[in-house]
Design a protein around this ligand. Structure first.
Ligand code: UN1
Length: 509
């Protein structure tokens, strides 16, 4: 029994109650095991998907190989036009799609809508970019020579995305990769299969309506890890872009780099907010609340560590406790709710076991700390814990809404604590002192990929390059010059003269 009929927007997105096809290789199919798609608000089955059988993998690759050349030879601005149309088609479905994200992933509707907006934004961005991806021309040291560079598509790109941003992260990758002239295979998280399906169907329609081979965007839905394994071991991919845990990323890195393949890795974060003595406390509270509680602590940019100057510590903690008390927890589709369920029951276990370990390591729960019994769903209280900055658990990423709060005397110590964890995604400093700001941005400041000032650790715009250092994997997605990772660069020296001068003044006669 599924609860499909309770949600009319599913049909609007082309989803059926049972046996949805989970493979798209230009045509829909799927002959593997059945995946039950759960609603984290009550753990009931929403609908079912028939996942990929191992042999269906090759059908996608063959379809992509067949589509590759024509797409690569399509002028980039035309590819940009197609991406623009995909953005418009997503925009038309923003309401049902956002509802589906709330239903299946569990984030609140307004955040789900933000995620779909991110997809649309990156399509707009990629459309513009399709007219400006360019190489440089450099002065040659030889007469009658030109030194320049050319960028060409990589061919096949594999995109593996996580449950927490089941729509936007595909957009970041696919929109840019498409204007760069690649064909893609998308593997979304199997716990967000319906979202993968809905987004893929929207893309398929645009491709077909515009005479583009729909195999430019192929899709494989689980079950399990088979598809991912097949992808990372396949040298025919020019790039594997992976968003997910550091543990899985490490395995992908060693496999793909083992054959000198390319990766973009977007792995764990352990993001800190540093509150300096002169910070604007009102701004701090708003940012910390969004960064630590938003998406029920399941963004890779979620704030997990809060370092507060000793003069503000009591005020910040007291005000946070008040704010946390007013947060409405419940069905993410209900208006006014700010915190939805965790995505899986496994995450609830991570929360309870994490708290036990925290207590063993000297941590003290100062706000929240409990599992909640609401409608049979995966609900927990957003939690704040006082703990030493160097307790071992503080250096790991628990993907649940637990915020560690610590007191510091010297700002230099807080900067050092920010950097002492293995992860390096996002970080924020709250201050009004320009000396602090520029130190924070400089060589002895934050070592993260995202270094903010008076802004939360999360909620990045698509125009910047998104990603982080150290165990976060080093990849950059979305804006700025991230497009370069989806192309291969050739350096060209062209002689338009009648002589053959050699570089470095070598005379080889
Ligand atoms: C993620 O959690 O994987 O900066 C992505 C943010 C969002 C993207 C998060 N724009 O929080």
């Amino acid at each position: 029994m599924t609860t499909f009929n309770e949600y009319p927007f599913l049909a609007e997105l082309g989803i059926k109650a049972e046996n949805n096809d989970g493979v798209f290789n230009g045509k829909w199919g799927g002959s593997g095991d059945i995946i039950k798609c759960l609603n984290p608000t009550n753990n009931k089955v929403i609908a079912t998907v028939r996942g990929a059988a191992p042999e269906e993998y090759e059908t996608c690759i063959q379809a992509m190989l067949a589509a590759k050349e024509k797409w690569a030879l399509t002028p980039a601005p035309r590819r940009g036009e197609i991406v623009r149309l995909i953005g418009s088609a997503i925009r038309e479905k923003i309401e049902p799609l956002s509802k589906l994200i709330s239903l299946e992933m569990g984030k609140i509707y307004i955040e789900a809508k933000g995620e779909v907006q991110e997809f649309i934004d990156v399509c707009d961005y990629a459309t513009g970019l399709s007219r400006s991806i360019n190489g440089q021309v450099m002065p040659s040291e030889r007469p009658n020579h030109i030194l320049m560079e050319t960028w060409n598509p990589l061919g096949l790109v594999g995109i593996i995305t996580a449950f927490n941003f089941p729509c936007a992260v595909l957009g970041w990758n696919a929109a840019i990769s498409m204007i760069c002239g690649n064909v893609q295979l998308w593997k979304g998280a199997s716990t967000t299969s319906l979202i993968t399906l809905a987004v893929s169907k929207i893309i398929e329609k645009v491709l077909v309506e515009n005479d583009v081979d729909p195999a430019v965007c192929c899709v494989l839905i689980g079950p399990g890890r088979t598809v991912g394994e097949q992808m990372i071991q396949d040298k025919r991919f020019g790039l594997i872009s992976f968003t997910g845990s550091t543990e899985v990323g490490r395995r992908i890195s060693s496999t793909v780099h083992g054959y000198f393949g390319k990766t973009i890795l977007e792995l764990g974060g352990n993001n800190a907010i540093v509150v300096a003595e002169d910070a604007d406390v009102e701004l701090v509270l708003r940012a910390v609340l969004f960064a630590s509680v938003g998406t029920t602590g399941q963004r890779c940019t979620t704030c997990r560590r809060l370092f507060v100057h000793e003069s503000l510590y009591d005020t910040v903690l007291e005000r946070l406790a008040k704010a946390y008390k007013t947060i409405k927890i419940g069905n993410p589709l209900e208006e006014g709710v700010l915190v939805g369920p965790l995505h899986t029951q496994g995450a609830v276990k991570e929360f309870t076991e994490g708290l036990e370990e925290i207590k063993k390591q000297g941590g003290k729960v100062v706000i929240g700390g409990n599992k909640l019994d609401i409608s049979g769903g995966n609900f927990v209280e957003p939690t704040v814990v006082a703990i030493e900055h160097d307790a071992p658990i503080v250096k790991t990423e628990l993907f649940v809404p637990i915020l560690y709060i610590m007191k510091f005397k010297n700002l230099d110590d807080a900067f050092a604590w920010n950097n002492e964890v293995p992860q390096g995604l996002s970080s924020s400093l709250f201050t009004n002192n320009q000396k602090n700001i520029f130190k924070w941005l400089g060589p002895t400041g934050s070592d993260c990929g995202i270094v903010n000032v008076n802004v939360a650790t999360n909620g990045a715009e698509i125009g910047g390059a998104f990603g982080g250092e150290k165990e976060t994997g080093g990849g950059r997605e979305s804006g700025s010059d991230s497009w370069k990772q989806y192309m291969r660069r050739s350096t060209n020296t062209i002689n338009y003269g009648n002589t053959m001068p050699l570089s470095q003044g070598i005379n080889f006669n």
